[in-house]
Design a binder for this molecule. Structure first.
Ligand code: FES
Length: 213
């Protein structure tokens, strides 16, 4: 943080110094304070899509997504209150309501961020039934990758890594609401699009939605 203008805030009662344009998440992590995340990836631009990283912050009317919310001088942040934990549990419960329950047979099992977060939050039963999400078939047409959109949590990491790191832009969001998907152009199979087979999308996917063959 040399040559950066620093500000001081308080996180969970601890005084923390952070660069003026840092996010709450960056400030917390630099102070060794854990905030769970899903759509955030340290190598990619933050998107604020999943809301798992919510915290309480003075000056904000509601809970804020710490991965995109900037720090401010004198701000008081609480990352682990009852309200925050309840909101995080709800985020994950709603994701699980819409997620296949085949963890045991999933290639990502044991290395799945959604599974790990559900375990960390102590979620032991699924309270909600999924909504009207469309059924998708598994796409194994690509020589290197297998896509199972039923397992997609719409975090957008694959979109960002393919566009911003690899410069290919194979994926983008399409449709709205329950029908929202990560789509290739014209929803073509992954074997038919201009994929460079780099595997970055599989490596950043937090679930089993994109895996390597
Ligand atoms: Fe911050 Fe997803 S990790 S909104």
């Amino acid at each position: 943080y040399i040559d950066m203008e620093m500000i001081t805030l308080t996180i969970n009662g601890q005084t923390v110094q952070a660069p003026k344009n840092a996010t709450i998440l960056e400030a917390a992590r630099s102070a060794g304070i854990h905030i769970p995340t899903l759509c955030y990836h340290s190598e990619l631009a933050p998107e604020g899509a999943c809301r798992l990283c919510v915290v309480e912050a003075t000056g904000a009317r509601t809970l804020v997504a710490s991965c995109v919310y900037p720090v401010a001088e004198g701000m008081i942040v609480k990352t682990n209150t009852d309200k925050v934990r309840a909101a995080r549990r709800m985020v994950v419960e709603l994701l699980l309501a819409n997620h296949p329950k085949d963890c045991l047979a999933c290639q990502k099992s044991g290395d799945c961020e959604l599974q790990n977060i559900a375990a960390d939050l102590g979620l032991r039963k699924i309270r909600f039934e999924g909504g009207a999400r469309k059924a998708h078939t598994i796409d194994a047409s690509n020589p290197c990758l297998v896509r199972d959109q039923e397992k997609c949590i719409l975090c957008g990491r694959c979109i960002r890594v393919c566009r911003d790191v690899q410069g290919m832009s194979v994926y983008s969001f399409a449709e709205r609401g329950f029908d929202t998907i990560v789509s290739t152009a014209f929803e073509q199979d992954l074997g038919k699009v201009e994929c460079s087979y780099c595997g970055q999308c599989a490596s950043v996917c937090p679930t089993g939605a994109i895996v390597e063959k």
